[in-house]
Write a protein that binds this ligand. Structure first.
Ligand SMILES: Cc1ncc(COP(=O)(O)O)c(C=O)c1O
Length: 391
C-alpha cells in the first residue's frame, strides 16, 4: 500500500505567522495575576459622549449593516478632523473609508493595491502586526533599521533597500514600539524616494494624538506630490480608549478607495454600526475642545512616571516622543533571550512587559523589553512601585 501525505494540513505560511509575543505575555500575566504593561490595551475610560452615542444608536435601531464605506455622519466628521488636525482636504463621499480598526484598513489596502511577492519597506523596530499582515498576504516585509537610542532615520539604508520589487513604504508615526515621531525633513526624504521610485506609502497614524514635549504630528499625505500615492490610516481605538470597538478609517484618492472598500467589505462587511455612531458623536462633540491636548499632557505625565521608575530600576529607557510605549534596556534582567527576560521580570516584580525581539528581525532586540503606559493611573503607579524592587 502506498502511503500518501494527508491533504489536511496548514497553509504554507501558517507556521510562519505565529501568535504574537504580546498576546502570549498577556496570557502569562493573567495566569500569575500580574500588572499587564505588555499589551497596548489602553484600559482607561472612554469619553462619556462616545459611550452615550453608541447606546443611543443601539436603542434607536442602528443595528444593521451600514454602507460598506461607513455611515455618512462619521465620514463627514472624519473629513473635518483630517482638515483641522492633519491639514488634509478630503471628500467624505469618495475619499474616506470607515474600517474595522487601523488593522482592517491596512489589510484591505494591501489586498487591493499590492500583489504577492511585492516588497514593502518598513522601519525597525516595527509593529509586529505590520510584518505578519504582509507575510500573511504573501508580501515581503523589508525592515530598515532605525538607529538607537533616538531612532534616527538612515536614508542611505532606505535607498539601498529599494529593489525593482519594492511597491510601498509603510510609515508608523508616532511609532509603536519606539515612540519615534518622524519629523518634517525625514518625511520629505521618504516622500522624495516614494516619488522617485513610484511607490505607494501606507501610513499608520493611530497614535497621532499622543505627542510629547511639543512634538508635532505630520501626515505624509500633506507633502507635495503625496496625496495620490498615500493611504492614510488611523482610527479611534487609542484616542477614545475603545480598542474593542474596532473603529478605524483611511483616507486615499478615489481611484484606490473603491477597490479597498470592496476588499474591506469582503472581510468585514462594515465596521460595527452603532459604534460608528458613537465614534461620530465623539469626533463631533470633542472637536474644538481641549480633549486632544489633554491626552498628550496626561500621557506625557504617565511616560515620565514610568521612565523614572525604569531608570530607578536600572532598566534604562529610550524616552519616547509619542505613542505610549517605552523600550527599555533590560540587560540586567536574567535571561539570554528577551522572552526569558520578560518572564523573569514577571516572576520577580509581577509586571508584564513584551520581549523586545518581537519588534526586530531575528537575533536583534534581545536586550530590550517594551512597556506600555496606556494604563489607569493606579495600575501604572503600582507597576512602578513593583519595578523599583529591582533597584
Ligand atoms: C501601530 C499600531 N497600529 C495599529 C494598531 C491597532 O489599531 P486598531 O485597534 O485600530 O486596529 C496598534 C495597536 O496596538 C498599533 O500599535
Amino acid at each position: 500500500m502506498t502511503v500518501t501525505a494527508s491533504r489536511l494540513h496548514l497553509s504554507d505560511i501558517a507556521p510562519t505567522v505565529i501568535q504574537s509575543e504580546i498576546r502570549a505575555m498577556s496570557v502569562e500575566c493573567d495566569r500569575v495575576g500580574g500588572i499587564n504593561l505588555a499589551q497596548g490595551i489602553c484600559d482607561t475610560d472612554l469619553p462619556q459622549l462616545v459611550a452615550a452615542g453608541a447606546v443611543d444608536a443601539i436603542e434607536s435601531g442602528f443595528n444593521i449593516y451600514t454602507r460598506l464605506d461607513g455611515i455618512a455622519p462619521l465620514r463627514e466628521v472624519i473629513a473635518h478632523k483630517l482638515a483641522s488636525f492633519n491639514g488634509m482636504t478630503v471628500d467624505p463621499a469618495t475619499e474616506v473609508l470607515v474600517t474595522n480598526g487601523a488593522t482592517g484598513a491596512l489589510y484591505a489596502s494591501l489586498l487591493a493595491l499590492l500583489n504577492p511577492g511585492d516588497e514593502v519597506l518598513l522601519f525597525e523596530p516595527f509593529y509586529g502586526y505590520h510584518v505578519s499582515t504582509l507575510v500573511s498576504l504573501r508580501m515581503k516585509p523589508v525592515p530598515v533599521a532605525l538607529a538607537a537610542p533616538d531612532w534616527q532615520l538612515d536614508l542611505d539604508a532606505v535607498r539601498s533597500a529599494i529593489t525593482p520589487r519594492t511597491r510601498a513604504i509603510l510609515v508608523n508615526t508616532p511609532s509603536n514600539p519606539s515612540g519615534k515621531v518622524f519629523g518634517q525633513t525625514e518625511l520629505e526624504a521618504i516622500a522624495a524616494l516614494a516619488i522617485e521610485h513610484d511607490l505607494f506609502v501606507f501610513t499608520d497614524e493611530i497614535y497621532e494624538h499622543f505627542l510629547f514635549d511639543g512634538e508635532k504630528h505630520i501626515s505624509l499625505a500633506t507633502l507635495p506630490g503625496m496625496a495620490d500615492r498615500t493611504i492614510t490610516i488611523s482610527g479611534l481605538s487609542k484616542t477614545f480608549s475603545i480598542t474593542g470597538w474596532r473603529i478605524g478609517y483611511l483616507a486615499a484618492a478615489p481611484q484606490w478607495i473603491a477597490a479597498i472598500g470592496y476588499f474591506h467589505d469582503l472581510t468585514y462587511i462594515c465596521a460595527p454600526a452603532p459604534l460608528q455612531h458613537g465614534a461620530a458623536a465623539g469626533l463631533r462633540g470633542l472637536a474644538d475642545t481641549d480633549f486632544y491636548a489633554n491626552l498628550s499632557t496626561e500621557y506625557q505625565a504617565k511616560r515620565d512616571e514610568l521612565c523614572a521608575a525604569l531608570t530607578d530600576a536600572g532598566l534604562t529607557p529610550s524616552i519616547p516622543a509619542g505613542a505610549y510605549y517605552i523600550l527599555a534596556d533590560a540587560s540586567k534582567v536574567p535571561g539570554t533571550l528577551a522572552r526569558d527576560k520578560a518572564r523573569n521580570l514577571l516572576v520577580s516584580t509581577g509586571v508584564a512587559a513584551v520581549a523586545g525581539s518581537a519588534f526586530f528581525r531575528p537575533g536583534r532586540g534581545e536586550h530590550l523589553l517594551r512597556f506600555c503606559f496606556g494604563k489607569k493611573p493606579g495600575d501604572l503607579t503600582r507597576a512602578c512601585d513593583q519595578l523599583r524592587k529591582l533597584a
